[in-house]
Design a protein around this ligand. Structure first.
Ligand SMILES: NC(=O)c1ccc[n+]([C@@H]2O[C@H](COP(=O)([O-])OP(=O)(O)OC[C@H]3O[C@@H](n4cnc5c(N)ncnc54)[C@H](OP(=O)(O)O)[C@@H]3O)[C@@H](O)[C@H]2O)c1
Length: 395
């Protein structure tokens, strides 16, 4: 029986994780659930799964959650605030942590899970983008297993022989891996005339053609910042040089990513665009369990197409490559500026086309040093947020 803590259980990944767990009560037990603000949804989850610990962001929400649970005779311990996210990982007796908080808020508890030697199912790519070196060191020191949940990285993980382990860089060279090909749908604006992009609304940006996801990652998919963050994520996870990590537009989202080998072989993982597949893979690894996903029928697909991304349409992708090449704290600055810009866009306080402008200005304004401690990363994250906010105010 695996004991699971879900960081971000009320979000899209969290809800899908509980859906897989619900189908396998003989294999998985939920011991901790954490949310930000969605108290009612978390209460329902606690009533169904009876975790030992539940966490929300604010004290008032914790009091309300406690009341709802008492009415239903649920003895879950309710906590609140960022430090309680760490407690949920360290004190819940979990052996597996689904890291599915969106954005930088997920970094500290994900690092705590890494240090504590848990099996970390990593959906929160921003944590790895901000702290790649530190995070991988923490995983090595903790001795746990890191399983990628992002569908692309999960696909690559499945296409690597015997999967990758901690010393992935030397192992991948040894195994003859030449290139990783990350596929990208191109989002809702892949073919939108460029002169129409100026008036894009949050609702349009969140209407992804293939995937149902949280609002922040949906906007990131529209700008392709998501793919840029994934390039950085792949760099840390699989230990290949950046020039060996390629992006391919694949509008059907059926091939989730590929590995090209030295002997000419290309291995791909295919499936429905349904996150329950990589989630089930991570939960049950190295076994496979039913995920509730409908079978893939290749004969019902008209075609599978692939093309190079158009960087003039997707400047965020270029910015991510630039930040990745700069290294150090640059990816943390990129991530922070993007989070601020996307939040402003979702609040209707920033036009869609200004998202890359804010990110680029912030990257240019901050002298980035090393990202070798949590304190230095959190400091540069705070600085970049302030700079990005100032740029937005000045617009
Ligand atoms: N959705 C996908 O298909 C998908 C695919 C690949 C990777 N990912 C990655 O997985 C992560 C989660 O994505 P998502 O789409 O599931 O996002 P989402 O639907 O927006 O859910 C985010 C979760 O994080 C919680 N949260 C947000 N801010 C928080 C804070 N400050 N403190 C504590 N908890 C906080 C939310 O709580 P409340 O809602 O209760 O406020 C919610 O439970 C992201 O890093 C994303 O890039 C997602």
């Amino acid at each position: 029986m695996r004991r699971i803590a879900i960081l971000g259980s009320t979000g899209s990944i969290g809800v899908n994780t509980l859906d897989v767990i619900r189908a396998h009560p003989d294999r998985f037990e939920v011991v901790a659930l954490t949310a930000g603000k969605q108290v009612d949804r978390l209460a329902e989850q606690c009533i169904e799964f009876k975790p030992a610990i539940a966490v929300v962001s604010e004290a008032a929400d914790a009091a309300r959650l406690e009341g709802l649970l008492q009415q239903n005779n649920i003895s879950t311990q309710v906590m609140y605030g960022p430090s309680s996210l760490v407690t949920a990982v360290t004190d819940s007796d979990c052996d597996t942590v689904m890291a599915a908080i969106v954005g930088a808020a997920g970094l500290v508890p994900a690092l705590a899970a890494a240090k504590a030697g848990k099996r970390v199912l990593l959906a929160n790519k921003e944590a790895l983008v901000m702290s790649g070196n530190l995070f991988m060191q923490a995983m090595n020191a903790g001795g746990g297993e890191l399983l990628p949940i992002d569908s692309e990285h999960n696909a690559i993980f499945q296409c690597l022989p015997n999967n990758f382990t901690k010393d992935s860089s030397s192992q991948n060279a040894h195994l003859g891996v030449e290139e990783l090909w990350l596929t990208a749908s191109g989002g809702p604006f892949r073919n939108t005339p460029l002169d129409q992009l100026a008036s894009i609304t949050p609702e349009q940006a969140c209407a992804h053609p293939n995937w149902v996801m949280g609002r922040k990652i949906s906007v990131d998919s529209a700008t392709m910042m998501n793919k840029g963050l994934e390039v950085i994520e792949a760099f840390w996870l699989f230990g290949l040089p950046l020039e060996k990590i390629k992006v391919l537009i694949h509008p059907q989202s059926v091939v989730h990513s590929m590995v090209r080998y030295r002997d000419g072989s290309v291995l791909a993982q295919l499936g429905q665009p349904d996150m329950r597949t990589p989630i089930a893979y991570g939960l049950a690894w190295p076994e496979r369990v039913a995920a509730g996903v409908k079978p893939l029928s290749l004969t019902q697909l008209a075609n599978l197409s692939f093309s190079e991304p158009d960087l003039s349409r997707f400047p965020c992708l270029s910015l991510a490559f630039t930040a990745a090449q700069s290294g150090g704290a640059a990816p943390a600055v990129l991530n922070a500026a993007n989070e601020v810009a996307v939040a402003a866009f979702l609040d209707k306080g920033l036009p869609y086309l200004q998202i890359p402008v804010v990110v680029e200005k912030t990257l240019n304004a901050i002298a980035t040093g090393k990202a070798d401690s949590l304190d230095s990363i959190l400091q540069i994250d705070a600085q970049a947020r302030k700079v990005a906010q100032d740029f937005i105010k000045a617009l």
